[in-house]
Design a protein around this ligand. Structure first.
Ligand code: FES
Length: 293
């Protein structure tokens, strides 16, 4: 088994599910506007990895400055900066975690416990430094750095190996061929209701979610950017002033005009196809971002 393969074993085990579930429910019960702020829905990008740079960067830098006696006051300042930034970072991570699949939630619980312990060590380091116990302050800080680094590896495994923060619509879009796809006659598309069409993929068909509003058609990759939910089975709703395609799994809403998220948990945009009308038929193809030349 690989070094981080042990994390997959943890993700498979339901041992602590009963303890984790009440916490997940409490986070999920936060007001939608607060959760969307924490997800990064307003940013069009997950907020947690953006915020996480501050504590990680501050604490790594503090570890270097602590080696040199003359720069230790600066190290203390950086440790304090990391401690202050750890709170909003944890909140954004918790919001994302509460709407992930069960294996990611199990690993996320380990990530959270390790980060909380690291935070405690850094707070202890600040207290020790304020009392003039510099050696203890450094011992606690380096212990915190070790724990936080291990925890960051868990977070990376959740993102890269378990795809917890990746756009699932971008993954599906990558396999779509760049040719125009015939979506059929305009009149065959129901009004204001997502409809399933398929595009040719490299080896397997790619589901598309097609929405007609009168004479206008919008076409999206059918797998929701959040966790791959089936958007052709979703609904059309007005969300925060925009007509949106709403995912049936966790309620993410993507505006029909641009595919930007208007309500989370999705923070990534939904991949959109360009559309043209040829002799009463509708055709779509992927925009240039995923195609060569
Ligand atoms: S899969 Fe979660 S909102 Fe679509």
């Amino acid at each position: 088994m690989s070094l981080l393969g042990v994390l997959d074993r943890i993700a498979d085990k339901p041992t602590f599910d009963k303890a984790i579930e009440p916490v997940r429910k409490a986070v999920a019960a936060l007001p939608q506007a607060v959760k969307d702020l924490l997800h990064g829905t307003w940013l069009g990008h997950p907020l947690h990895p953006v915020l996480a740079q501050v504590p990680v960067g501050s604490w790594v830098s503090a570890g270097i400055l602590d080696v040199i006696p003359a720069t230790r006051p600066a190290a203390t300042l950086l440790i304090g900066t990391g401690v202050a930034a750890a709170v909003p970072t944890a909140m954004s991570g918790a919001a994302d975690w509460s709407e992930q699949e069960v294996g990611v939630r199990r690993l996320g619980a380990v990530h959270a416990v390790a980060n909380t312990a690291a935070l405690g060590l850094y707070v202890g380091s600040l207290v020790a430094r304020s009392k003039g116990a510099g050696t203890w302050g450094r011992v606690l800080a380096y212990s915190g750095l070790g724990l936080a680094s291990g925890s960051a590896a868990i977070g990376g495994h959740m993102s890269y190996s378990l795809s917890s923060g990746a756009s699932h619509s971008a993954t599906a879009a990558r396999s779509l061929t760049p040719e125009w796809i015939d979506l059929g006659p305009l009149d065959d598309l129901p009004d204001n209701k997502p409809t399933l069409r398929t595009g040719e993929g490299q080896g397997a068909p790619v589901p598309l979610a097609v929405v007609r509003r009168g004479a206008r058609v919008d076409a999206f990759i059918g797998s929701c950017s959040h966790l791959g939910g089936p958007l052709p089975e979703g609904t059309i709703e007005q969300v925060r002033g925009s007509d949106c395609l709403v995912c049936p799994w966790h309620g993410s809403a993507f505006e029909l005009d641009e595919g930007q998220p208007r309500r989370g948990p999705a923070a990534n945009a939904q991949e959109k196809l360009e559309v043209r009308y040829v002799a009463g038929r509708v055709e779509a193809r992927l925009a240039g971002r995923h195609t060569e030349g």
